[in-house]
Design a protein around this ligand. Structure first.
Ligand SMILES: Nc1ncnc2c1ncn2[C@@H]1O[C@H](COP(=O)(O)OP(=O)(O)OP(=O)(O)O)[C@@H](O)[C@H]1O
Length: 329
């Protein structure tokens, strides 16, 4: 008895499963069971490609009527979409926002990675609970460190000797950031980059060189902080980086005892400032003890189901909508 004719729909499903969705073409080349498969290996490192090919070939050879499998691979040159998170001054919660934005975007299905370019105080390893992790290298590229939140990350803190980073000047900081961005990011297509606070030479070099697709500016509600935030906005505008919007952090203190809300730094200032500058307002994150404790403990509130994560999810949804709209442009 001869083998039944191969069932193309079934072979396509088998290839899709074995390649985790990376099959971009499949056809029979003749009637003796010679099959050609095209795999999209965009973002995969060289040493990940052979195992993929082997898996797909083995799965297909297991199917009825398949005698030989020829595998071709294609890869797009990938450009990463960079979202810069900036602030006019330090201590306003920029890193907290960057970490939670990345975690919340991941939960929305965005293939996101996180870069800590805050050379003055790289705090993301702590926030993402990967303080002791050192990135490996693959060829000449760094391999981002994984964490429990599904957001691969690289930090200046991981590549600099203690105390070294703070002395970096603009061009050196730009080169350090290049190493982090031009890393082996695998399936990641969007990077959230936590910039150093402020609007000086270092920030300017970084954004000129790496041209983010858009920027999120974080501010607290006081007038002084908002004046600094306006400076950050104009820094991005100067180099024609679109502002995705403004976030107001530490607005409204939620008392952990009585649940009452007070406004030690005022409230609503960033929303008004955004309106005045013609920018979108992305949301307000309250000043809450729980946010600080969770963050310092390496558990971004956006990773859990506590109400504390909600403001970050709402902000991430607006950023994801902005990213989607940008694709259509
Ligand atoms: N909404 C919030 N409620 C309570 N604590 C917060 C909130 N946002 C940030 N914090 C805390 O404030 C401190 C500073 O936050 P963070 O490190 O994110 O600021 P930053 O703007 O990145 O600072 P810098 O860039 O100067 O290092 C941290 O201890 C953080 O846990």
């Amino acid at each position: 008895m001869t083998d039944p004719a191969p069932d193309i729909a079934r072979l396509t499903a088998t290839a899709a499963e074995a390649s985790a969705g990376r099959t971009s073409g499949l056809r029979l080349l003749d009637d003796t069971g010679l099959l050609a498969v095209v795999l999209d290996v965009t973002g995969l490192a060289t040493d990940e490609r052979q195992p993929l090919e082997d898996r797909v070939r083995a799965a297909l050879l297991n199917e009825a009527g398949v005698r030989e499998v020829r595998v071709a691979m294609t890869a797009e040159k990938k450009t990463l979409t960079i979202i810069a998170v900036g602030s006019g001054k330090g201590g306003v919660g920029k890193s907290t926002l960057a970490a939670n934005l990345a975690v919340a975007l991941r939960r929305l299905g965005v293939r996101v990675g996180l870069v800590d370019a805050d050379i003055h105080g790289p705090s993301l390893p702590r926030l993402m609970d990967s303080e002791d992790a050192k990135p490996a290298s693959r060829g000449s590229k760094l391999v981002p460190v994984d964490n429990a939140y599904g957001v691969p990350m690289l930090s200046t803190g991981q590549i600099a000797a203690p105390g070294q980073a703070i002395a970096w000047r603009g061009p050196m900081a730009g080169r350090a950031l290049e190493q982090l961005i031009d890393a082996s990011w695998g399936a990641v297509d969007t990077l959230v980059v936590d910039l150093p606070p402020g609007t000086g030479d270092v920030q300017l070099t970084m954004i000129q060189k790496h041209k983010p697709a858009g920027a999120v500016i974080v501010s607290t509600p006081q007038d002084l902080a908002l004046m600094d935030a306006a400076r950050a906005v104009s820094l991005f505008e100067q180099v024609e980086v679109p502002i995705i919007g403004l976030v107001e952090n530490m607005a409204g203190y939620v008392c952990p005892h009585c649940g009452g809300v007070s406004d030690p730094f005022g409230s609503g200032g960033a929303e008004t400032a955004a309106k005045e500058m013609g920018l979108d307002f992305l949301g307000r994150v309250p000043l809450a003890m729980g946010i600080r404790l969770a963050s310092d403990g390496g558990v971004p509130p956006a990773a859990g189901t506590d109400p504390q994560g909600e403001p970050f999810h709402a902000i991430a949804a607006r950023v994801a909508a902005w990213l989607e709209a940008r694709k259509g442009r």
